[in-house]
Write a protein that binds this ligand. Structure first.
Ligand code: PMP
Length: 290
């Protein structure tokens, strides 16, 4: 697998052992999908992902060449001969010091592309996943902004670990007021009496799949108390990787997989492969490497 690392393509791009990001989580990343569309492999909402990436980079005082990173995302698909793929850009601080001041540190940028594999498993789309309500709180946006900063993901990893140890697939973060925040790597929706609602919460990542689903379904967005989610007819999770994954079970509450969720799964699957065009960046047409 060829990775773009600091401006070059290489088969083996090692990060230094004393990389600041490894020790303190000072990196920012994205997860982008490429689907086989009519015009060949196309990256879905590439510029929206890059905008969120840029927001995270700005918080960490990183100056990045976003045009070069955009090009590398497209080229990574073509360089590796991929069709359906997952693209992972990451910018992170390297070496120079082990203090917390960023100024002396080297900055690295990489883009990797992997053949696609669903992180929740192929069965998840069909049968849905189970989640527990996590005992843990989501990173408060006043402590760590809800962006894809690498260090922030320890919060998700701990919740996911505890959930899987308890026999669930996923964990749902709920705040001190009992409001639904998000899952460890997905946003949350519910369906009640045919009406689709996206959970809104200041500590949740502004998901691009969430935004897509709101557009496709005409969902409203508002705070959702856990009690209300438990009474919903259907619930589902959204993410670049998870796409539209039915939430089949939350704690003891079993929803199964509902009709509206199925329809939205299909609508999303159609959108990622056939547009609108403004959401698709065809890799072969835009790539440098041909
Ligand atoms: N929340 C978290 C914590 C995530 O990591 C993700 C995945 N990026 C999402 C929600 C969904 O965001 P998106 O739809 O942009 O992938």
């Amino acid at each position: 697998m060829k990775t773009w690392f600091d401006g070059r393509w290489s088969e083996n791009a090692p990060a230094p052992l004393l990389a600041h990001a490894l020790h303190y989580g000072t990196g920012v990343f994205e997860g982008i999908r490429c689907y086989l569309a009519a015009r060949g492999p196309a990256l879905f909402r590439l510029d929206d992902h890059l905008e969120r990436f840029a927001n995270g980079a700005r918080r960490l005082a990183m100056k990045l060449d976003l045009e070069a990173i955009r090009q590398a995302c497209l080229d990574a698909v073509v360089e590796n001969g991929l069709e359906e793929a997952y693209i992972r850009p990451i910018a992170f601080y390297g070496t120079g010091a082990l203090g917390l001041d960023l100024a002396p540190l080297t900055l690295h940028v990489a883009v990797a592309a992997l053949p696609w594999n669903s992180h929740l498993g192929a069965r998840a789309a069909q049968f849905g996943v189970s989640a527990c309500v996590s005992e843990r709180r989501r990173n408060d946006a006043r402590a760590i902004p809800p962006l894809k900063l690498t260090g922030a993901y320890v919060n998700s990893v701990l919740a996911k670990l505890e959930a899987t140890r308890a026999g669930f697939d996923e964990a749902l973060f709920v705040d001190d007021r009992g409001l639904v925040c998000e899952a460890t790597g997905e946003n949350v929706f519910m369906v009640r009496a045919g009406r689709v609602t996206a959970a809104r919460h200041p500590d949740a990542l502004p998901g691009i799949t969430r935004r897509t689903l709101i557009e496709l379904s005409g969902a409203d967005e508002r705070e959702i108390p856990l009690e209300e989610l438990l009474q919903a007819d259907e619930a589902f999770l959204t993410g670049t990787s998870a796409e539209v994954t039915p939430l089949a079970q939350l704690g003891d509450r079993r929803y199964g997989v509902g009709r509206v969720t199925r329809e939205l799964q299909q609508a999303y699957a159609a959108a990622v492969r056939s547009g609108p065009d403004r959401w698709l960046s065809p890799a072969r047409e835009e790539a440098h490497a041909k």
